[in-house]
Design a protein. Structure first.
Length: 459
């Protein structure tokens, strides 16, 4: 939308998630082109020019769009498998299947993953893709194309693996890249697709998969590559007790100390899970500004444990939320992670004082923007920020009698999305995507999932 064209949203409860957690029981929001122009209590100012649309948002809560900080889109095709496994056994069971993916499969899986998130209020998505079978096609390009078509803001974490079973890792030998091949392909992906501008719709991060699937040299050179190119770094860290044991046996130190030795702590780094961290680990993350993608549903699904999110936040560690791959979180929806983050952390040591509803909403919005390095641009509703905005309907049977709208959003049933805007463009209306055919995506994903299962069964 042109910069001088305005959309006015009025009569809504607004949770800005700004520095002061400013909220309005009934307020307005003005979008001008790609940006938020103004917001405040009551009606919008009189005399606004070039207003192309007015939305009466009575009965709605307006929030920043949700931001997903960890996902594996390709896993949309392998949901519901190995449901009673821990992480290592789950990986061993599924790697041989994942190693058979190709470009049409990954496109269908990306469409399914993106569609499910977008219709549930996600405006910024990310995908950590690290499986690149030989001859599989342009997987990075096809994932980025799916995100562009869906209309969401997107970070591709270009992953890699070079430690296969023969080297003591978990992936089968035919599922990994060489060190030089992984680095070269990652650099090419950054140069082709990364946009460093304020309103970028596509960014790329350097993302070797995990300490048990990549060599020390790939971690070290990957960090050097990312900093030379000026992009962020992402990986899995401290997810399970098995990983911690692996690191001590192979490297003689725990995951955090190992990552620090390879250049993998810093303000340009975020790691998924971070479940098994001691006080020293948390202090190291806080000292270096290293971020965390908290994935409560996946952590529970794989019996990994409860991450120390309250302690991370109190130490000043940036924390966002992640769906994780839908082979370990079959719903694939980020807004359910708001609720699960709050509830699961209250089972931990801090009990009812662990997290509250507003902290959970902050994890899914501003915290995610911090982790992705985009807090100046999105994650809160403030003048000058990008127009990534969601209108949640709160006057239906599911929510109408919950007194506080933020509590209703976080602890209530999944709230209907009346409208979702990305960069000022509406992509969801009344719970349905405007940018894609959900039924066609469902059919395509099912067909590709069945094709993958047939191919894997032949081996």
């Amino acid at each position: 939308m042109a910069a001088d064209r305005r959309i006015v949203i009025e009569n809504a409860a607004i949770a800005t998630v700004d520095r002061d957690d400013t909220e309005y029981a009934s307020g307005h929001l003005v979008l001008a082109g790609h940006r938020i122009e103004s917001l405040g209590p009551g009606k919008a100012p009189e005399g606004l020019e070039n207003v192309v649309r007015r939305i009466d948002a009575t009965g709605h809560l307006v929030t920043p769009g949700l931001i997903n900080t960890h996902h594996h889109f390709y896993q949309w095709l392998t949901r519901g498998l190995a449901t009673d496994h821990n992480l290592f056994d789950w990986l061993v069971a599924l790697y041989p299947v994942w190693a058979r993916i190709d470009e049409p499969m990954v496109y269908a899986a990306a469409q399914g993953s993106l569609a499910m998130m977008a219709r549930g209020g996600v405006t910024t998505a990310m995908d950590h893709h690290y499986v690149f079978p030989h001859g599989c096609g342009d997987l990075s390009g096809t994932i980025i194309r799916a995100a562009r078509e869906m209309g969401v803001r997107f970070t591709l974490a270009r992953g890699s693996m070079d430690r296969s079973a023969k080297d003591g890792g978990l992936p089968p030998d035919f599922a990994v890249e060489t060190l030089d091949g992984a680095l070269a392909a990652t650099e090419e992906t950054v140069r082709r697709h990364h946009d460093a501008s304020f309103d970028a719709m596509t960014q790329v991060a350097v993302a070797p998969c995990s300490p048990f699937s990549v060599s020390t040299e790939l971690l070290r050179q990957g960090a050097e590559l990312a900093r030379r190119l000026g992009v962020r770094l992402h990986t899995h860290g401290s997810e399970t007790v098995e990983e911690e044991k692996f690191c001590h046996e192979l490297f003689g130190r725990g995951p955090t100390d190992y990552f620090e030795s390879t250049g993998w702590l810093g303000e340009d780094v975020w790691m998924a899970h971070c479940v098994h961290m001691n006080d020293s680990d948390i202090a190291a993350f806080a000292r270096t500004g290293t971020g965390v993608a908290h994935c409560p549903s996946s952590n529970a699904r794989l019996a990994a444990g409860i991450a120390r999110v309250p302690d991370l936040l109190r130490a000043g560690v940036p924390v966002g939320l992640g769906v994780d791959g839908t082979a370990s979180n079959e719903s694939g929806e980020l807004h359910t992670e708001l609720r699960n983050a709050l509830l699961i952390n209250r089972l931990g040591a801090h009990r009812e004082a662990a997290l509250n509803a507003r902290q959970a909403l902050r994890l899914g919005t501003y915290g995610g923007a911090q982790v992705l390095g985009r807090a100046a641009e999105t994650g809160s509703l403030e003048p000058g920020k990008l127009a990534d905005v969601v209108l949640w309907r709160m006057d239906t049977l599911a929510h109408s009698s919950i007194a506080d709208p933020v509590t209703a959003l976080v602890l209530g049933a999944a709230a209907p999305v009346t409208a979702s805007f990305v960069n000022g463009r509406q992509i969801v209306e009344n719970g349905r995507l405007l940018t894609a055919d959900e039924d066609a995506i469902a059919r395509s994903a099912r067909a590709e999932a069945q094709r993958l299962a047939r191919i894997a069964a032949q081996d």
